[in-house]
Design a protein around this ligand. Structure first.
Ligand code: KIV
Length: 281
């Protein structure tokens, strides 16, 4: 069954947990979709995971559209949510609507995600008014890493916790269908989840959110530049890949690969004729 924003709304009403994973390509999206994950996020974490950047601020609209198209092809049922990259919506509400539209038209996204609270509420309203579902993102918002002075847990004191609650209420009021809570204390995420009518999707925000999201390369043990505390390894695919790559090197160098079963046949009469013509001195 195709997952839509209604699936998200119903899950909140029925107390069913939602699942979301990132993907940046067709093959991974196909595998995630087959596993029954409700939503695939084409996160701007592709800057770190795929492009090897230090942070997400260099990711462009063209990057997001390119990867979104590939993921959309693989996601038969999952709702594809695509990140609006840094400076594609902060500059003006007009830019926000135009760029959200590009992710739908060119990237084939089902919804967009953007970071921020009260300061982006007007953009969220205008994008949703244009018929584009918006997922909000609060707490540790990686596009603001330079303003935060690093990747830190957010909402630990009363002032910042109060701001997070007010931001969550503002994005819901603006029309967001869901909100990601990243790196916030579990008790605060639980409180926000109780206050809001829209589902909260946690990452480093405890078990009481309405759903969870993880970066696929983190949860498979494939990305080792840094390992956040919340990134449980559900597999050790990184190690399995390195082992397979080195088996390939060893077998190729030793001549064990390719074996007979990996090769194609030709009639020996044809080969003999060719040998006579080309190999006789
Ligand atoms: O870009 C991303 O992958 C994200 C998740 C960490 C929520 O925004």
């Amino acid at each position: 069954m195709k997952v839509t924003v209604n699936t998200f709304a119903n899950a909140k009403i029925n107390g069913e947990k939602l699942t979301m994973l990132t993907a940046y390509d067709y093959t991974t999206a196909t595998l995630i979709d087959k596993a029954g994950v409700e939503s695939i996020l084409v996160g701007d974490s592709l800057g770190n995971v795929v492009l090897g950047y230090d942070d997400t601020t260099a990711v462009t609209m063209e990057d997001m559209i390119h990867h979104s198209r590939a993921v959309a092809k693989g996601a038969k049922n999952a709702l594809v949510v695509v990140d609006m990259p840094f400076m594609s919506y902060q500059t003006s509400v007009y830019d926000a609507v135009v760029n959200a539209g590009r992710l739908i038209k060119e990237g084939r996204a089902g919804a967009v995600k953007l970071e921020g609270g009260i300061e982006v509420a007007e953009a969220i309203k205008k994008i949703t008014d244009a018929g584009i579902p918006v997922m909000a993102h609060l707490g540790l918002t990686p596009q603001s890493v330079n303003a935060f002075g690093g990747y830190k847990v957010q909402g630990k004191d009363e002032l910042s916790a109060r701001k997070l609650i007010n931001d969550a209420i503002a994005v819901q009021k603006a029309g967001a269908f869901s909100v990601v809570l990243e790196c916030v204390p579990a008790e605060l995420a639980k409180l926000v989840t109780e206050i809001l009518d829209i589902p909260t999707i946690g990452i480093g925000a405890g078990a009481d959110c309405d759903g969870q999201v993880l970066v696929f390369a983190d949860m498979l043990g494939m990305f080792s530049d840094y390992t956040p505390k919340f990134a449980k390894h559900f597999g050790e695919i990184g190690k399995a890949m390195t082992n397979a790559f080195s088996d390939y090197v060893n077998e190729t160098k030793s001549g064990a690969f390719p074996a007979l079963e990996h090769t194609y046949k030709i009639d020996s009469a044809v080969i003999n004729t060719l040998k006579e013509e080309f190999c006789n001195d």
